[in-house]
Design a protein around this ligand. Structure first.
Ligand code: ADP
Ligand code: MG
Length: 350
């Protein structure tokens, strides 16, 4: 790729006294202007990866290049201030004794007064902070504090922004609106950004591509559709697609499972034990007195209902069902027939 802006190659970090690496063999690259979400459960190494890129931590091994410059490799280690990255901390880390304007201006001391003022104004306008100039952090709402932290990171004009769970301290409603706003601001500014989150909805709303992390390693990087259509592992299918799993054995006509044969697994030898990932929107439930499943849970989700169905083996599968005025809901305890309508369910060897 000739338009690589940031690249990480074989990044490793084990903290002293820790038995397992916090970051293990992480490699990926991104072009200028791309927004990448780093998605994974708590403790999987997202913050550490971000801090390694920023230069707040030293890796045990690995190479980082930003904008064509190697900033980390062997003995080469650029300090954070020479890497050209803006950082938004999870708790915003605003200076409590400085007003909003001075907070945003903070990283611009090397510029002339005119440039400093102009950049501060531009960043504040972009982040919707007009009129907030002389307020102190404690006089700002959570959303306004977040915008101030973002404006401060944008003001110096760096091509790369790193944001650690930028929306996690906000309530749900604000989070959804700021999520869109954050994407608009980053795209308008034309900056590349890595946004750390443990929330997949947020990841897909903000980012162009999503990098899924697990246990310090990078599991898969791709667009929403790539992850949806071709998850590389059971973990990605579960964490990203909300899939549940059905055990099966490969046979000539597909995979033999408890709910019948399922097409696929053509490349696997007959007799191979596999699991079929069931995407909830592609499992159809029909009330049926001699159906194989029993409804064990129903959750109303606005536009659809989410069901959990138990099979005789004890396996539980999830299914989404669009709510329609001409079809009644299925009750807990109701027997149901199950049909997988997915033409290409992901199949993983057990
Ligand atoms: P995430 O941001 O995905 O929740 P982190 O990168 O913060 O994960 O942490 C990854 C792992 O590294 C965790 O097991 C965490 O306990 C450990 N860790 C993080 N920072 C330190 C540190 N400064 N010292 C020791 N262990 C750490
Ligand atoms: Mg973290």
């Amino acid at each position: 790729m000739s338009d690589v802006f940031l690249s990480l190659d074989g990044l490793n970090k084990t903290f002293e006294g820790s038995p397992a690496p916090a970051v293990s063999e992480v490699s990926f690259s991104m072009p200028k202007g791309e927004i990448l979400a780093l998605l994974g459960p708590s403790g999987c190494g997202k913050t550490t990866t971000l801090r390694l890129i920023a230069g707040f931590e030293s890796p045990d091994r690995g190479t980082i290049s930003i904008g064509g410059r190697i900033v980390q490799s062997g003995d080469v280690e650029f300090p954070p201030e020479e890497r050209g990255v803006g950082f938004v901390f999870q708790d915003y880390a605003l200076f409590p004794h400085l007003d909003t304007r001075r907070n945003v201006e903070f990283g611009l001391s090397r510029l002339t007064l005119d440039d400093r003022r102009r950049r501060t104004r531009e960043a504040m306008d972009l982040c919707g902070l007009e009129g907030m100039e002389s307020r102190f952090p404690h006089e700002l709402s959570g959303g306004q504090q977040q915008r101030t932290a973002l404006a401060r990171a944008l003001a110096p004009g760096y091509e790369l922004l790193l944001l650690d769970e930028p929306l996690s301290n906000l309530d749900a409603a604000l989070r959804t609106s700021l999520c869109k706003e954050l994407r608009r601001i980053l795209k308008h500014a034309g900056r590349a950004a890595i946004v750390v989150t443990h929330d997949r909805e947020e990841a897909f709303q903000i980012a162009d591509r999503v990098a899924v992390m697990r246990n310090g390693g990078l599991e898969q990087v791709g667009s929403a559709r790539e992850l949806h259509d071709r998850p590389v592992s059971r973990f990605v299918a579960e964490f990203v697609l909300d899939a549940t799993f059905l055990a099966g054995v490969v046979a000539r006509q597909g995979v033999v499972t408890e709910i019948g044969p399922i097409p696929g697994a053509d490349s696997l030898a007959a007799g191979t034990k596999v699991v079929v990932a069931v995407r909830p929107q592609q499992l159809e439930l029909t009330p049926s007195p001699d159906g194989a499943g029993v409804v064990v849970e129903r959750v109303f989700r606005g536009s659809h209902e989410r069901y959990r169905v138990r099979l005789p083996s004890g396996t539980e599968l999830s299914s989404f069902r669009t709510i329609r005025t001409d079809a009644s809901s299925l009750d807990v305890g109701a027997p149901v027939a199950l049909k997988l309508t997915d033409p290409a369910p992901p199949i993983f060897v057990e």
